[in-house]
Design a protein around this ligand. Structure first.
Ligand code: NAD
Ligand code: ZN
Length: 344
């Protein structure tokens, strides 16, 4: 089958013919329909220090997908052939303390799809049945293909109660924009998102944020005044990984505020801890999404009117993957999805 492979110890990705993945008794085999490109895939493409340390040469990459079930192992009873499914990309150990307690998203030994095991930028992908999410009727396949990053957004946006609160999102990448839309849907009063990139601010405006601000042009303190806020933001969603954004956030939070941090900084960040201590701010790190409460929430929020489709800005054929990676790198994109329906 065709697959997008990290087949050389150098920047780039290569379309190769590889053998189809085999299923074990607990596995499901999925014919891939659409995939999303993630920042992680860009790191693997560009072959930065993290990627060189983490990725085995020969790996098929990709972890955001939707597809249909074409086969399953002898131990699998509840995933029908033809079902429209996505996959939770974190394959957990099942045996650690957190797994045994049902807190699988906190597993200490997860294996990442398209990172430590062959991924979904291919005709077929195989995952354990326990990693399969069957989509509810009516979920659009293109939107279903980005349930993985949508899940990051939902897990972060709902980490703290937002009903009636003023929410600050730093970073209007695809995940920040989806998180802002979720916070609005979940009843926040004001949702302010900051990003220096005008393309992304314009995209954020499409999902109904209160303000999309350029942090260099309009200080957050000024935005607070414009919105007649007096005590600072109640909930912060850090979605940029940028040190300035994070410091700016800490400086604009209310006493007792809560900050959920998803953005991954490239290096260590120093912050004013006195503010965190004296203002009694709670910081919470967020990784991945909950299995499967977040998936449930994603589904029912879509069913109750949340629309994240504006975040999909590029729809490309699988053979145009290089164009997709370029669009991601340019910053002038939301989610870039690849269509694999005719790859066979
Ligand atoms: P992205 O890189 O597309 O978006 C980040 C945005 O932050 C960009 O639009 C950038 O312009 C903006 N930014 C840069 N400096 C800023 C500043 N000073 N103020 C405000 N915004 C600023 O990333 P994404 O795909 O939307 O993902 C968001 C973040 O979450 C990334 O850091 C990514 O690595 C991370 N991530 C974490 C997890 C996890 O499980 N923890 C999962 C997926 C992604
Ligand atoms: Zn575990």
């Amino acid at each position: 089958m065709k697959a997008l492979v990290k087949s050389q110890d150098a920047p780039g990705l290569w379309l190769e013919d590889v053998s189809e993945p085999q299923i074990g008794i607990n596995d499901v085999k999925i014919r891939v329909l659409y995939t999303g490109i993630c920042g992680t895939d860009l790191h693997i493409h560009d072959w930065d220090a993290w990627a060189r340390e983490t990725i085995q040469i020969g790996l098929t990459i990709g972890h955001e997908f939707v597809g249909e079930v074409v086969d399953f192992g002898a131990n699998v009873f509840d995933v029908p052939l033809g079902a429209l499914v996505s996959g939770e990309g974190h394959v957990v150990c099942g045996r650690c303390r957190n797994c045994l307690a049902g807190r699988r998203h906190l597993c200490a030994h997860t294996q990442g799809l398209g990172v430590q095991r062959n991924g979904c930028f291919a005709e077929y992908v195989v995952l354990p049945a326990t990693n399969i999410w069957q989509h509810a009727p009516g979920i659009e396949p293109e939107v279903a293909s980005i349930f993985d990053p949508f899940g990051n957004a939902v897990h972060t946006a709902l980490a703290f109660p937002v009903l009636g609160e003023d929410v600050l999102v730093t970073g209007a990448g695809p995940i920040g924009i989806m998180a802002a839309a979720v916070a609005k849907h979940a009843g926040a009063r004001h949702v302010v998102i900051s990003d220096p990139n005008p393309y992304r601010r314009a995209l954020a405006e499409k999902v109904g944020v209160t303000r999309a601000v350029d942090p260099a042009a309009t200080p957050l303190a000024e935005v607070q005044k414009q919105l007649k806020m007096v005590e600072g933001f109640d909930v912060g969603l850090e979605m940029s990984g940028n040190a300035h954004a994070f410091r700016d956030m800490i400086a604009n939070m209310s006493h007792g505020a809560k900050i959920a941090m998803l953005g991954i900084p490239a290096t260590e960040i120093s912050v004013d801890w006195n503010r965190i201590i004296f203002n009694q701010i709670t910081l919470r790190g967020i990784y991945g999404r909950e299995m499967y409460e977040t998936w449930y929430k994603m589904t029912v929020m879509l069913e109750s009117g949340l629309d994240i489709s504006p975040v999909i800005t590029h729809r490309l054929h699988w053979s145009e993957f290089a164009q997709g990676f370029d669009a991601m790198r340019s910053g002038n994109s939301g989610k870039v999805i690849l269509d694999w329906r005719d790859v066979a």
